[in-house]
Design a protein around this ligand. Structure first.
Ligand code: SAM
Ligand code: SF4
Ligand code: SF4
Length: 334
């Protein structure tokens, strides 16, 4: 297992399977920018699944134990179920998970479960159809997502739900969402709105902080923390008192956790990023397709690259005013 300069292990690999999406969430892919003329990757630019297999094997040697499939919308990538099965059967992984907007999830739950998916994280920002429709940029109402969650639960897939909270937009949905998912026994994770990419016009004033979220929840529920000391947890977990349900707070903006950031990210066209806010990535496709490619070279390049890593964008956010372009969230996958 390798550690970077400031002692960060590498345990998680996020693989984006496509940068395309069937939604246009205002905070991620605003439709004014991500329209018909946006230069999405062509299919021919995607890494092939056998190339991804080779990368996964190398990352396993470096300490990775968990893989998350993401996007764009990962369920738009043909062959994803077979890829989950390959990951399950060919590699010794602790967890294979998927983050999805769930528009295409319901019809895949059986196949994904049988293929060996450990868990699915569904993104849902509101139960109110008007608020959700505006946030997802396509007027999609919550029913389709809630039905997919039910379908996943019915086949025994473990689920978490992610809700991005934006001040003045959906903070009024915190309590309805908390009530609903407490009742369902599904962990809900409230995510502080982040300044990802270059187009969501993020301002700190639009961040509804984790402390504010917690206070709002406490107006209705008694809650208690669950092991806030665990460095393995990016989310600060809480339990509703006298209940088995829990929720989490992802405090990326107000209480950054760069020191505990153990994730590497690969884009659909094979760029390796060591931070969600980086400008450039290492071109792994070039390495995989070069004549001199072999496993040892790949391992040594990856190990050296992670070893040189000193990313801590979120910790420096308040002082770093540089206007450097950042990678887009839909391309790197969150
Ligand atoms: N399309 C899939 C989905 O939405 O679940 C997977 C990719 S999406 C980029 C991954 C996660 O990033 C989602 O849970 C989404 O809510 C989150 N996300 C996107 N933009 C964000 C932002 N500006 N701040 C915080 N979270 C964001
Ligand atoms: Fe698509 Fe997910 Fe981004 Fe929404 S958050 S636009 S669903 S990639
Ligand atoms: Fe990791 Fe970069 Fe986020 Fe810090 S800002 S937690 S280094 S991805």
């Amino acid at each position: 297992m390798i550690k970077d300069k400031i002692g960060r292990r590498l345990t998680d690999l996020r693989i984006s399977l496509t940068d395309q999406c069937n939604l246009r969430c205002t905070y991620c892919m605003p439709k004014e920018i991500f329209g018909p003329n946006y230069p999405f990757l062509k299919r021919s630019e995607w890494l092939h699944f056998d190339e991804l297999d080779a990368l996964v094997e190398a990352f396993l040697c470096l300490g990775v134990k968990k893989i998350r499939l993401t996007g764009g919308e990962p369920l738009l990538r043909p062959g994803i179920v077979n890829f989950v099965e390959r990951l399950k059967n060919h590699h010794n992984l602790e967890e294979i998970t998927l983050t999805t907007n769930a528009l295409r999830l319901a019809k895949e739950v059986h196949a994904l479960k049988d293929a060996g998916l450990s868990r699915v994280t569904v993104s849902l920002d509101a139960l109110d159809p008007r608020i959700l429709g505006e946030m997802n940029g396509r007027g999609i109402s919550p029913e389709i997502v809630l039905k997919a969650i039910e379908a996943a639960l019915s086949v025994g897939l473990k689920i978490k739900v992610n809700m991005v909270v934006q001040k003045g937009v959906n903070e009024g949905e915190i309590l309805p969402m908390a009530r609903y998912f407490k009742g369902l026994g599904v962990p809900l994770r409230f995510i502080e709105y982040m300044d990802v990419g270059n187009h969501n016009r993020w301002e700190i004033a639009q961040v509804f902080s984790a402390n504010e979220i917690l206070k709002k929840i406490q107006t209705e529920f008694e809650v208690e923390p669950i092991d806030l000391s665990s460095s393995a947890e990016v989310s600060k977990r809480y339990r509703y008192k006298n209940h088995t349900s829990e929720f989490g707070l992802i405090t990326s903006v107000t209480q950054p956790f760069c020191g505990g950031c153990t994730r590497a990210r690969i884009t659909a066209d094979g760029k390796l990023y060591t931070c969600l806010f980086a400008s450039t990535g290492l071109d792994l496709k070039k390495i995989l397709r070069s004549e001199k490619y072999d496993n040892t070279t790949l391992l040594s390049v990856l190990s050296k690259h992670w070893g040189l890593r000193d990313d801590r964008y979120s910790e420096l956010r308040a002082v770093n005013k540089s206007a450097q372009e950042k990678v887009e969230m839909s391309y790197i996958g969150g």
